[in-house]
Structures are given as structure tokens and as C-alpha cells.
Design a protein around this ligand. Structure first.
Ligand code: DQA
Length: 145
């Protein structure tokens, strides 16, 4: 099974940015943790992070063309603004799980809209970085190996 694990803007700043919301684990530590988890489950994982909307669209399309079985994505602030990312996920029709480290539903009004959610099978919020593991496990259980 092959999964794309995609992170949007400012998620490379994990461990530095607003630890009260996002915790103290750095981005590279997160990737290491997820890499180990995927390896233990015999899942091929491709990791990508970008601060640029179009690059995230390109990566979602790449997941399709490279034969991925699913996508785990935290689009960061583009969650709340990007129809292009919604359309990209719709275009590829791959099972997709939306992850947010923080509990977005308890935060500002502008975080209450998620465009991408309409194209996602599942949304996980507020479970910290464990949310990525839950998303991966969901896709493995439903579509894996
Ligand atoms: C986030 C929540 C978004 O509102 C925010 O813009 C982020 C991170 C989260 O993981 O909780 O960048 O997606």
C-alpha cells in the first residue's frame, strides 16, 4: 500500500509555532515517527510539505499519477480558503483523510469552514500528532494490504 502524507503551510514550523495549539514535536520528528509507523505496517509513505497552494495541488495530482492508494492531508490554513485543493482531491478520487493537530472546531470562526472536508472520507481534529497515525491506520484498515 502506498500513502501520500501531505502538509500545508507553516506545518514545517511545528515545535516552534504556537506550541499551545500544535505541541512541541518538530516537523522532522513527526515525519520520523510516521515513517517508522508506516514501515512497521508495511506501508510505503511519501511525505510532502509546502507553503504554496499550487504545489499542494501538484502533489495531490502526483499521488494519483504515481498510483497512491490514499492521502492523509493537513492543508493548514488552506483548509479554510482553498477551493483549488478541494478540486484537486475531487479530481483524483483517492480516499483522503483530513487531519488537524488542533481542535479547530473550538477555535476562531474563520477556522470553522473546511472546503476540503467535502472530498474527505474522514476528518480527525484535536488529537495532536497522533491524529496522523489514526488517519494512516484508518486507510490501512479500510484499503490496505
Ligand atoms: C491546522 C489548523 C489550521 O486552522 C491552521 O491554519 C494550521 C494548522 C491544525 O493542524 O490544527 O495551520 O490545520
Amino acid at each position: 500500500m502506498k500513502l501520500y502524507i501531505i502538509n500545508g503551510p507553516n506545518l514545517n514550523m511545528l515545535g516552534i509555532r504556537e506550541p499551545g495549539h500544535y505541541g512541541s514535536t518538530g516537523y522532522s520528528q513527526l515525519i520520523e515517527l510516521l515513517r517508522e509507523h508506516c514501515a512497521s505496517q508495511d506501508v510505503e509513505a511519501i511525505f510532502y510539505q509546502s507553503n504554496h497552494e499550487g504545489d499542494l495541488v501538484d502533489c495531490i495530482q502526483e499521488a494519483y499519477f504515481k498510483g497512491a492508494d490514499g492521502i492523509v492531508i493537513n492543508p493548514g490554513a488552506y483548509t479554510h480558503t482553498s477551493i483549488a485543493i478541494l478540486d484537486a482531491v475531487k479530481s483524483v478520487s483517492l480516499p483522503t483523510v483530513e487531519v488537524h493537530i488542533s481542535k479547530v472546531e473550538e477555535r476562531e470562526d474563520f477556522r470553522q469552514i473546511s472546503y476540503i472536508r467535502a472530498a474527505c472520507e474522514k476528518t480527525i481534529t484535536g488529537h495532536g500528532i497522533q491524529g496522523y497515525i489514526e488517519a494512516i491506520d484508518y486507510l490501512i484498515e479500510k484499503y490496505g494490504n
